[in-house]
Write a protein that binds this ligand. Structure first.
Ligand SMILES: C[S@@+](CC[C@H](N)C(=O)[O-])C[C@H]1O[C@@H](n2cnc3c(N)ncnc32)[C@H](O)[C@@H]1O
Ligand code: SF4
Length: 392
């Protein structure tokens, strides 16, 4: 299979992203293992806002002078936040760092009518891209996934997003219980008709510890086996590429130039601040690279920030070998692949040519005309094994 051209290359220019985690949801979906929590008492947003502001200030003191190219409100369900809270967080970012004129500001939203009613407020606050968790265009499937919205409500939210934001994307989950490639193909084509420039298409993962894992263990949840999973994956690639939305990352499809720039910051190994409960960051300071992680439990994070000024509980200096492994792990998710010279500079050694040629013979990797190493479409389903082999 042929890959699309690589997205516009920004490797030379170091990008700086800010990720903000809003950890609350109205209900917990049975497949989800994200850091998301349901609270029956009202959330004191102004208290969280003060903590977000404090953590932004503390991070900026560590990595001052950055120009922020992307901002991402993820969750949980950030579309439960008041637009005024989002506006105040964006103001705080602007007080401590320079915000690029063409900054991408994404907010993840659940597609209920209540949340769509806030879209105009988010736009006024400075959000210019929304990512909607549509998940399925079928009411029975949505119910089985524990979602609180119908397919029509999701389509209405997509239409509102289209009218209000310059850019929008939506997520679908496939390889759902009993889903056939034929059913998925028609659902995906309907989705593409609604999508403008970007779609995230995730194969259902049964995460340990979730209600779905318990159902699977007792035989009450039957998910497609590996062969059907592979068929579903191939169907996804063929339909999306044919519609001008090729994969630029293992689960993300975009018209060339419309990739989510924030996610590219992670996959290209650039720098990003992680703000809010359970957020991860990668910060460069004093010639070192640090992996940061904040306290996950929302109330414990809040108290930590209120007493210490930040919620960081992991702050590890990454040695160059660890940075090289991370570059491989993240970069090989991208259709554009990795620069072997950047890997070698970090690892202090080249990738093993024999391992590369074995993988090439198996059709799992290829080298581009520009000398980049990338995983092929047929290698993507076994990406973990490819990375493990190359990193060994
Ligand atoms: C942070 S989550 C959710 C954003 C938002 N709260 C929502 O649910 O609409 C981002 C995306 O990950 C995907 N996702 C979450 N858990 C998954 C799982 N177990 N398997 C596959 N995709 C999953 C969903 O498509 C979801 O929209
Ligand atoms: S999938 Fe989204 S809405 Fe559902 S629990 Fe996870 S973060 Fe919350």
């Amino acid at each position: 299979m042929i890959f699309p051209a690589a997205p516009q290359d920004v490797h030379a220019t170091a990008a700086f992203g800010v990720y903000l985690h809003w950890p609350f949801c109205l209900s917990k979906c049975p497949y989800c293992d994200f850091n998301s929590h349901v609270r029956h008492a009202a959330i004191d947003e102004s208290r969280y806002l003060r903590a977000f502001t404090a953590e932004i200030a503390a991070t900026a003191a560590r990595v001052p002078g950055r120009t922020v190219s992307t901002i991402f409100f993820g969750g949980g369900t950030p579309s439960l936040m008041q637009p005024a809270t989002v506006a105040a967080i964006l103001d705080a970012i602007g007080q401590h760092w320079t915000i690029a004129r063409d900054v991408e500001v994404t907010l993840e939203a659940n597609p209920t009518s209540v949340e769509a009613a806030r879209f105009r407020g988010y736009r006024a606050a400075g959000v210019n891209r929304v990512s909607l968790g549509v998940q399925a265009l079928d009411d029975a499937a949505l119910k089985a996934l524990g979602r609180l919205h119908s397919a029509q409500e999701a389509l209405d939210a997509v239409a509102i997003a289209r009218a209000i934001f310059e850019r929008y994307s939506f997520d679908l989950i496939y390889a759902r219980p009993r889903q056939t490639p034929g059913e998925w193909a028609s659902e995906l084509k309907r989705a593409i008709a609604e999508a403008a420039e970007h779609l995230s298409l995730y194969q259902l993962t049964v995460e340990p510890g979730t209600p779905f894992a318990a159902l699977k263990a007792t035989g009450k949840l039957i998910v497609p086996d590996d062969d059907i999973g592979r068929d579903l994956y191939d169907t996804t690639q063929d339909i999306c590429a044919g519609a001008g939305l090729p994969a630029y990352e293992i689960s993300n499809h975009a018209r060339p130039g419309a990739e989510c720039r924030h996610n590219l910051v992670y996959w290209r190994g650039h720098e990003y601040a992680g703000i809010g409960p359970g957020a991860h960051g990668r910060l460069n300071s004093g010639g070192q690279r640090y992996a940061t992680e904040t306290e996950k439990r929302p109330e414990a994070w809040l108290m930590r920030v209120e007493s210490l000024g930040h919620g960081v509980i992991v702050d590890d200096k990454l040695n160059t070998g660890e940075q090289a492994d991370e570059y491989l792990l993240m970069g090989l998710r991208l259709a554009e692949g990795i620069d072997p010279a950047r890997y070698a500079a970090l690892a202090g050694r080249d990738l093993d040519p024999r391992r590369i040629s074995n993988l090439r013979e198996q059709g799992a990797v290829e080298t581009t005309a520009a000398g980049r190493l990338r995983v092929t479409l047929s290698g993507f389903p076994v990406l973990d094994a490819v990375v493990a082999d190359l990193a060994a």
